[in-house]
Design a protein around this ligand. Structure first.
Ligand code: PRP
Ligand code: URA
Length: 208
């Protein structure tokens, strides 16, 4: 499945603002949602629509309607929550499922401690959201959990991806398309993306 770097000028501008080390929590949070909106637009470009007739002002008119069950958006806790409002702005009737992960500080390996999926997950398209795709461990585990629950149509939206994480996802879940605002250079020795954004969760929640 492909990796899409969304090189829209608004995305590039907004992500550039987010890289400033002195950015406020308020600005980082707002920009996270704004970029998430733009990624959602890109990631849903090929959704299937079908004909539907409505009673228009001048009589019946055939319009397009999205097909199938409602989408589920799946934030990875905690930082993924920062992207949720942006996605829901464009898909207000989406169902929300969540995956909670904690990472072993030394191995960086994630363990799922909480998963709550919407009903009929097997019939829905899932949009997994997390600002950072670093080693890929968190996204791989979130997709593992979704697949175990029967979900087979999965896409991922991230702000910044590292090549290492993209490669790991391609190996573990080649069927999952990834939409990223930027593909950065590499990981540092403790698994942070360079140049990256720093700790996205801390910046969104104002912790640290
Ligand atoms: C961050 C980020 C991803 C993960 C990416 O979350 O939001 O979930 O790290 O790293 P990986 O690709 O190497 O797994 P973190 O575990 O720091 O938790 P947080 O969301 O609470 O900040
Ligand atoms: N998690 C973050 O928040 N930032 C990184 O660069 C890597 C993982």
């Amino acid at each position: 499945m492909p990796f899409f770097e969304v090189r829209h000028p608004l995305v590039r501008h907004k992500l550039g603002l987010m890289r400033d080390k002195d950015i406020s929590t308020k600005d980082f949070r707002e920009l996270t949602a704004e970029v998430a909106r733009l990624l959602t637009y890109e990631a849903t470009k090929d959704l299937e629509v079908g004909p539907h007739t409505v009673e228009g002002w001048a009589g019946p008119v055939e319009v397009d309607r999205l097909q199938g069950k409602k989408i589920t958006v799946v934030p990875i806790l905690r930082a993924g929550l920062g992207m949720m409002d942006g996605v829901l702005d464009l898909i207000p009737s989406a169902r929300v499922s969540v995956v909670g992960l904690f990472r072993n500080e030394e191995t960086l390996e994630p363990t799922a401690y909480y998963c709550k999926f919407t009903s009929q997950i097997e019939a829905r398209l899932a949009l997994v959201i997390d600002p950072m795709l670093a080693t890929g461990g968190s996204l791989i585990e979130a997709v593992n959990q979704l697949k175990q629950a029967g979900c087979s149509r999965i896409r991922a939206l991230v702000l910044v991806a590292a090549p290492e994480g993209v490669k790991a996802m391609e190996e573990a879940h080649p069927d999952v398309a990834i939409y990223a605002a930027a593909l950065d250079e590499r990981l540092n020795e403790i698994g942070y993306i360079l140049p990256g954004l720093g700790d996205a969760g801390d910046k969104i929640f104002g912790t640290k």
